[in-house]
Structures are given as C-alpha cells and as structure tokens.
Design a protein around this ligand. Structure first.
Ligand SMILES: N[C@@H](CCC(=O)N[C@@H](CS)C(=O)NCC(=O)O)C(=O)O
Length: 107
C-alpha cells in the first residue's frame, strides 16, 4: 500500500495550497487506499529518515514496495498511471499528459 508523508499541522487557509493536496486528490480520484505518515515542520524535516525520502526536507513523498518518490507532480503521474480514471489508455488521451508536461509557449 502507498504511504504518503505530509505535514502534521497545516493552517486551514494553507491546506488546499499544500503540494500534498495534489497527491491526495490523485489517490482519492483513483480510489487507492493509502496510509498517511505525518511530519512536524522543523527538525523532523531534516531527520536522516526524511532526508532519505526527500533530499530537500520537504513534503509530500510517497513510498510503495520499496519505491520512494518525491515531487508532487511526479507522484501524481505515478498514481495516475495506475488507473484509467486519470490517464485513459487510448493513444490520443495518453498523449495529453506528456504533451502538457513538455510543451513550451511559442510566444
Ligand atoms: N516541488 C515540490 C515542492 C514541495 C514543497 O514546496 N513542499 C512544501 C509544502 S507545500 C514544503 O515542504 N515546505 C517546507 C519547506 O520547504 O521547508 C513538490 O511539488 O513536491
């Protein structure tokens, strides 16, 4: 099962702005069960355990079967690839996400 690491206490106004929100949204959309490990802002961020998960001491991270991932966008893509709900398997729709990630404005 996926374990999401995120912060213990976040003020209400900031909760929807947290990068972990993306990951929770993707997990909830796909309907995957997951555990949550909470982290306190401060020294816990710099603990060797957390720095092994996220070299900048930030959140979110996820772990699954020995795989550790950080960067909320990369995590959302990892989760999306597990289900057709977020990433349909047709060739045309499958190209949308990579195209969106690599596209540059020509202006
Ligand atoms: N690019 C990273 C940014 C992660 C990030 O900035 N996380 C914030 C919370 S939303 C954080 O950990 N801030 C505390 C800090 O930088 O010390 C991602 O998208 O995962």
């Amino acid at each position: 099962m996926i374990t999401l690491t995120t912060y213990k206490l976040v003020p209400d106004f900031a909760a929807p702005l947290m990068r972990a929100f993306r990951v929770r949204w993707a997990l909830e959309e796909v309907g995957l069960p997951y555990n949550v490990r909470t982290l306190a802002l401060g020294p816990e961020q710099r603990s060797p355990e957390h720095l092994a998960r996220q070299p900048f001491g930030q959140a979110p991270t996820i772990e699954e079967d020995g795989l550790i991932l950080f960067e909320s966008g990369a995590i959302a893509l990892y989760v999306a690839e597990k289900s057709e709900k977020l990433l349909p398997r047709t060739a045309s729709s499958a190209s949308v996400l990579p195209r969106g990630c690599s596209q540059r404005s020509i202006r």
